[in-house]
Design a protein around this ligand. Structure first.
Ligand code: PAF
Length: 283
């Protein structure tokens, strides 16, 4: 397993693989890898001859008051995890390598990125689509892997890849949770002991919402109310949003039908956590 810092090196290595007729999977990450990322890498290794993991804290997807400076980083730990998961290459560029001095291009979507996190973090998805466009052009993978925890990101990526005719299969992978239900996230590291306990309110509240749907509730606002009321029982939790949208276009729906995404964002202390579930109505 090699780690390279430049676009030129990645291209040379991948071109060599392609000449041998080998397929390439890409797992884009911002590092500080955990079992969620590991599951994406393992999936890519099982579906491709070679797997590239990018580790890059992408500055342009953070808003001015967000956690770019404090975002956790540990490349030695990441190298170990990537190696053990069976990947072949880490691409770990510096921001100057990716954006240079006069970078002025932005790739963005409309509609699919306008609600949920897109409404709360206005520059976020433009930054994500732009860095992924660059990574797709640099690595030239057959497949790229994304976690379902960032469900809107997955929908946005599927859309821009389709709209811009990238010949890349986007593979979504299930949320990986701690034993007690908390969705794995690099940002969980910000939580102190008391907050870590309080953070369980996210998965517990979503469970109540899902149970209501399973019992036949089809009114989105009723389900949203059940989830919000339960989140509000936790004194360290501050709800950012609780929403139900269709899982393709990420537009709000009044009625639960077809495939819906129930997504929440909640501050636990200063840490903003997200979680969700998808439900496919058969009726
Ligand atoms: O999900 C992430 O970690 C990031 O948004 C991504 C896809 C690596 C782009 O920077």
């Amino acid at each position: 397993m090699r780690l390279v810092k430049t676009i030129k090196e990645v291209r040379e290595i991948v071109n060599g693989w392609k000449k041998e007729g080998l397929s390439v999977g890409l797992v884009p990450t911002m590092g500080y890898l955990h079992e969620g990322h590991e599951s994406l890498i393992v999936k890519s290794v099982s579906q491709n001859d070679k797997t590239v993991v990018s580790v890059f804290v992408n500055p342009i997807q953070f808003g001015p008051n967000e956690d770019l400076a404090s975002y956790p980083r540990d490349i030695e730990h990441d190298k170990e995890l990537v190696k053990n998961a069976g990947a072949d290459l880490i691409f770990n560029p510096e921001p100057e390598e990716m954006y240079g001095k006069h970078f002025t291009t932005l790739v963005n979507t409309t509609e699919v990125s306008e609600n949920l996190c897109g409404a709360k973090r206005p520059v976020h998805f433009g930054g994500v689509c732009t860095v992924l466009t660059k990574l797709f052009n640099i690595v030239n993978p057959e497949r790229a892997y994304f976690g379902q925890k960032d469900a809107q990101q997955l929908a946005v990526v599927k859309r821009f890849v389709k709209d811009l005719n990238f010949d890349i299969e986007i593979v979504g992978c299930p949320i990986i949770r701690e034993a007690d239900g908390l969705a794995k996230s690099s940002r969980n590291t910000y939580l102190n002991k008391e907050e870590r306990k309080a953070a369980l309110i996210l998965s517990k509240s979503l469970k109540l919402g899902k149970e209501a749907i399973l019992k036949g509730e089809r009114n989105s606002s009723k389900v949203i109310e059940i989830i919000t009321n339960n989140l509000n029982t936790e004194k360290l939790a501050k709800v950012d949003y609780v929403s139900i949208v269709d899982n393709e276009n990420i537009q709000y729906v009044d009625k639960i039908e077809g495939e819906i995404l129930c997504a929440i964002a909640v501050y636990i202390g200063k840490t903003r956590l997200i979680d969700n579930f998808i439900y496919k109505c058969e009726d």
